[in-house]
Design a protein around this ligand. Structure first.
Ligand SMILES: Cc1cc2nc3c(=O)[nH]c(=O)nc-3n(C[C@H](O)[C@H](O)[C@H](O)COP(=O)(O)OP(=O)(O)OC[C@H]3O[C@@H](n4cnc5c(N)ncnc54)[C@H](O)[C@@H]3O)c2cc1C
Length: 503
């Protein structure tokens, strides 16, 4: 086989999205995984609205929508008392919910799409070392030379180790049981529910595929010295003791179970020379809030188009420095938020618990708090503003700013998201008359130019959404974030921004 430009190590969601983003951009890669075949255990349970947009841009969202269910309300309980109902307030976005599905469903859809593009995962192919930074040594003695290596090989990443990148942080000391089980539909529980008990939290989450399929996640730290692998009996005992009371939820079957030792870790660097890390290889944290897989998906989407631009000779390798600059702070913020939630749920002291429960009862009544919580979970607010040279504002500040996600909106009889594409920059010219064609002549041919004015968008909703009534130039990057924002007179600043990318 010819030397690939990119070797992707690991065919979990992060590796598959990396390979797909490259393939959509016209770059072939090899993707290897040490497993004999794909994993079937359910692990992550869904995608946040921003990740759904990424999947839509890559052309794989329809299949997923057919096999997922949107999440609406969740409940916080203390025994049989409801402390708070956490209602999801849908943000104004094309995919306004958390969509629940099992991780293997997404992986299957991604593999199918890759196969359509001529890329198959090479199973039973284990990365063991880097011999110089341009070649990977495999466990069967073969070498794969590649210009770039992307380590998407999970929390115990061998690529990270071989590249000499420290994985900072450590264990929180907590141990959880995690399992998928069936119980008879119960009118007392129909939504995701968390019980806050003195021994730590217990969560039940409905799975797609019928009202009797559930995920349980339960803190068993107190019992850690006696711990054995979870069984139907031990999980039943935990449910009886920590949820609604004995016999209220009777487990019919246990499908899959695992013990999860919680840690919070972050790679000191996301890159060493020609080696990159993405997904769990770069960060791990417990699944409070369902952000783990989502962070990996968005790492991969951020890195994929940049690698493709450099490989295709459109940009210098300086573009690749923006990957760590933009994505590592996202993981820092996520780890901080997940840890706050973990500490809140783990409070053991009785007075502290009473105060927490009271605060939750008051706080969760507020619509503003619910809206803010939904928006934070949606990941639509993730911004790279101020984090790299790939986000530039010129002129008076207006929102959305450079680095923010570019919001969708109507554009004539289409939507803006139908016009954006993960292979190219798109310049939105908010101006009356056809100035766009004049501007287009000054830009690299790769940049698509779209006029937004009363003729192309009579309702002006997109103009309002972009606060662009006085005219604006908004350059959307291939990953759907704004790269440049300026006023109608910002042509020079725009061309100098693009020159930095296109050389
Ligand atoms: C038990 C469990 C439950 C979870 N529950 C949730 C949840 O509810 N919500 C949530 O958001 N997240 C959850 N997660 C986390 C989520 O599954 C991960 O964030 C997600 O899988 C990360 O994807 P990834 O592709 O980065 O890594 P992984 O999914 O770990 O994929 C890494 C791949 O690399 C391969 N590999 C490893 N080493 C090598 C090597 N040397 N050579 C070649 N291939 C290699 C592995 O076989 C694997 O296929 C859970 C994880 C686990 C383990």
């Amino acid at each position: 086989m010819n030397a690939p430009s990119v070797l992707v190590v690991g065919a979990g969601p992060t590796g598959l999205i990396t390979a797909l983003t490259l393939a959509v951009n016209g770059v072939r890669c090899r993707i290897i995984d040490r497993r004999a075949l794909y994993a079937t255990s359910s692990r992550a349970l869904g995608c946040q609205p921003r990740s759904m947009e990424v999947l839509a841009a890559l052309g794989v969202v329809d299949g997923l929508l057919r096999r997922s269910e949107p999440l609406g309300v969740s409940v916080i309980m203390r025994g049989t008392t409801e402390l708070a109902e956490v209602t999801w307030i849908p943000p104004d976005a094309p995919f306004p919910y958390t969509y629940v599905f099992r991780q293997p469903v997404l992986e299957e859809i991604l593999r199918q799409k890759l196969a359509e593009l001529g890329i198959e995962v090479e199973w039973s192919t284990e990365f063991v070392d880097l011999d110089d930074q341009r070649a990977a040594a495999l466990s069967d003695g073969r070498r794969v030379a590649a210009r770039w290596i992307v380590g998407c090989d999970g929390a115990r990443s061998r690529v990270r180790e071989a590249a000499g990148i420290a994985f900072e942080g450590g264990s929180t000391g907590e141990v959880h049981y995690l399992a998928d089980l069936s119980f008879r539909p119960n009118h007392e529980i129909s939504s995701p529910t968390i019980w806050l008990a003195p021994d730590g939290p217990l969560m039940l989450m409905p799975l797609p595929g019928g009202p009797s399929e559930w995920r349980i996640f339960v803190d068993v730290t107190k019992e850690r010295d006696l711990l054995q692998e979870p069984t139907r009996k031990s999980l039943q005992a935990l449910l009886d003791r920590r949820a609604l009371g004995p016999g209220r939820v009777a487990i019919d079957a246990l499908h899959w179970a695992s013990t999860y030792r919680t840690s919070l870790r972050l790679a000191r660097d996301y890159r060493n020379g020609t080696v990159f890390l993405a997904g769990d290889a770069a960060h791990v944290f417990p699944p409070y809030g369902g952000q783990g897989m989502n962070t990996g998906i968005q790492d991969a989407f951020n890195l994929g188009w940049k690698l493709a631009h450099v490989i295709q000779g459109k940009s210098s390798s300086a573009l690749l420095d923006t990957y760590q600059a933009e994505r590592r702070p996202v993981a820092v913020d996520t780890i901080r938020q997940v840890d706050q939630r973990r500490r809140l749920f783990a409070i053991r002291n009785p007075l502290g618990r009473r105060l927490r429960d009271l605060a939750l009862q008051i706080f969760m009544r507020s619509t503003r708090a619910k809206r803010a919580g939904s928006y934070a979970t949606s990941e639509l607010g993730i911004s790279y503003h101020g984090r790299s040279w790939l986000c530039v504002d010129d002129g008076p500040s207006a929102r959305p700013r450079a680095g923010d996600r570019a919001p969708d909106g109507p554009l004539g009889n289409r939507r803006l998201f139908e016009v954006l594409h993960p292979t190219r920059f798109t310049l939105l010219v908010f101006a009356d008359g056809d100035v766009a064609s004049a501007i287009a002549r000054e830009l690299p041919p790769d940049v698509a130019v779209v006029n937004v004015n009363r003729a192309t968008e009579p309702g002006q909703a997109l103009t309002k959404r972009y606060n662009a009534g006085r005219g604006a130039l908004v350059l959307v990057r291939p990953d759907g974030h704004i790269g440049f924002r300026g006023g109608s007179g910002s042509h020079l600043a725009l061309t100098s921004f693009l020159r930095k990318i296109y050389g």
